[in-house]
Design a protein around this ligand. Structure first.
Ligand code: CA
Length: 550
């Protein structure tokens, strides 16, 4: 590091240790100083990353409270924009989970502003697209406000605007969640049936049908409910499989005793949506439907390799990554179920992960993808996925850019911690090249990064290292929680020195991996950008930013 010190000493650009503030910064949670992000950025981070599992510095509850404060501030500023952003991110499937959008919508639907409240309630069917979503919303909104007329009318509209067939499907597929059921909600909102079909469907959800005969229900919109009642009484796998085939019953409608049957799953797979297919790969392998040679495996492979289908299904990359890690593991998170993963399926999941981000434009720029592998990044679980820490998830995110761009270096960085003689593993401050290539499958990448030694946090390291080693980069991408504290120079100062010394108008992209309120990017520098990790829009935003003029 001597060489670097002499470079810094010759330079006139300011050098401030991260333990002292520079203009625009505020104390972060780690004892250093970072830029506070504005409320809208924080709101977006929350919509994408949620606050599930908390972070290294904040419990889930504390993190939710902090994010709530940001939502309130945004609502005060522009309620219509809050609702617009919720709808935009939810409808495009940009977030790993829809929960944060439903939570924020419940907050907007409970605020003081009449116009905002109405906009939020009008947007309910767009954001709550399934029965489960509706129950989540009900639980969130119930904690915020009373069941006034506007809210009851919005819930009634949710049911009333559905076509007969869609209504029947929602009623039978998701009957109850979070302590709420369709029976509760239909009674609470006094939904008035607009047709005889709705009348019979509502009656079934609230009271059940008095009798279910052998002959299919004469109304084609309601015949699926009839089949659902019949499968509960089915005597054999064959009977169950026939009902599934003939009436397109989903897995949720199948009684437990049939869920170990190959012929039942074979029938389910014929019309299974891609998301359900991905979630049930382990089960279908365990019971013996998916084997290296089976036709069912070919069906699954064709679906996973169909990029358009992956995108249309709005299957989130995190859902695919999570499924891949479980699948290759060969055993469930809970219980003692085991299976022998089919290699081709693991590989197809890996491919589907990239497809789920959609087309990303290559820029031809020189990238340094720098993963903050410090201790704090090892805490918490991205989108509540067990074992998927922010630092492990950042490896998957880096591979997305690596898959598109030709000139990429991937490194992990962490600082030595005084008193421990370097990293916990006994090294020194700095960067470690991470052996990730386009051939690396995601589960290996995540494992590789999870095993790196950890230390303190110095987010200036990527820039100081590049300057010291005369490495040329157009774009520094730092995947971090921005809780930087251990460096002798602020990251933005290091970037400005790099620009001055090399003559390269290098840019900095900060990929926020935790929904906290900090960034190492200076909001007043047009050459720096804040994006959110695992927003499916992030790779394209980065690409546009890398190409754009400053
Ligand atoms: Ca850290």
């Amino acid at each position: 590091m001597k060489h670097l010190t002499s470079i810094l000493a010759r330079n006139h650009a300011p050098v401030t240790p991260q333990s002292e503030p520079i203009r625009g910064t505020a104390p972060n949670s780690a004892g250093g100083f970072s830029f506070p992000v504005d409320n809208w950025t924080r709101f977006r981070r929350f919509l994408i990353l949620g606050s599930e599992g908390g972070s290294y510095y904040a419990s889930q509850r504390a993190l939710t409270t902090q994010n709530l404060t940001a939502i309130f501030a945004c609502l005060d500023e522009n309620g219509a924009r809050v609702v617009r952003e919720i709808v935009e991110i939810s409808v495009a499937g940009r977030a790993p989970k829809n929960d944060a959008a439903l939570f924020a919508l419940a907050i907007a639907a409970s605020c003081d502003n009449d116009a905002t409240r109405k906009l939020a309630l009008d947007a309910l069917p767009q954001v709550a697209r399934t029965g489960t979503h509706l129950f989540h919303f009900a639980a969130f909104v119930d904690a915020q406000r009373g069941w006034g007329r506007g809210l009851r009318a919005a819930i009634a509209r949710w049911y009333g605007e559905k076509s007969g067939r869609d209504l029947a499907f929602q009623l039978l597929k998701y009957q109850a969640r979070d302590g709420w059921s369709h029976r509760d909600l239909l009674r609470l909102c006094h939904a008035k049936a607009a047709s005889e079909t709705q009348n019979i469907a509502f009656g079934w959800a609230t009271r059940g049908w008095p009798s279910v005969g052998e002959a299919p229900h004469p109304n084609p919109d309601l015949v699926q409910i009839w089949a659902f009642e019949r499968i509960k009484r089915a005597q054999s796998e064959v009977e169950a499989a026939n009902l599934i085939r003939d009436y397109e019953l989903p897995r949720e409608a199948v009684p437990t005793q049939f869920l170990t049957s190959v012929s039942v799953w074979e029938a389910l797979l014929e019309r299974m949506p891609l998301g359900a297919t991905v979630r049930n790969l382990a089960t279908m392998t365990k019971i013996g439907l998916l084997t290296p040679k089976s036709d069912a495996t070919q069906t699954v492979l064709a679906a996973l390799r169909d990029e358009n289908r992956v995108r249309r299904a709005r299957l989130h990359p995190i859902a695919i990554l999570s499924a891949l890690r479980t699948y290759v593991g060969g055993h469930g998170v809970r219980g003692n179920a085991t299976w022998m993963p089919v290699g081709a399926i693991s590989d197809a999941l890996d491919g589907a992960f990239y497809a789920a981000f959609g087309g990303v434009e290559a820029t031809g720029k020189r990238f340094l993808l720098a993963l903050d592998v410090s201790g704090s990044m090892d805490c918490g679980a991205v989108a509540g996925v067990p074992g998927l820490s922010p630092r492990a998830a950042s490896a998957a995110m880096a591979l997305v850019t690596n898959a598109v761009e030709d000139d990429v270096q991937i490194v992990g960085f962490t600082s030595a911690v005084s008193g421990f003689g370097g990293l916990w593993g006994g090294g020194t401050s700095g960067l470690t090249p991470i052996g990730l290539s386009r051939k690396t499958r995601l589960d290996h990448a995540v494992k590789t990064v999870s095993r790196l030694p950890m230390g303190g946090t110095d987010c200036a390291l990527p820039m100081t290292w590049a300057l010291e080693n005369r490495e040329k980069f157009d774009v520094f991408v730092v995947y971090t929680d921005s809780e930087t504290w251990a460096g002798r120079i602020h990251p933005v100062q290091a970037l400005r020195q790099y620009r001055e010394k090399t003559g390269i108008a290098a840019k900095l992209v900060v990929v926020g991996m935790v929904s906290n309120g900090f960034s190492i990017a200076d909001p007043n520098d047009a050459g720096m950008l804040d994006v959110v990790g695992f927003d499916t829009a992030t790779p394209q935003l980065m690409s546009e930013f890398a190409l754009g003029a400053v």
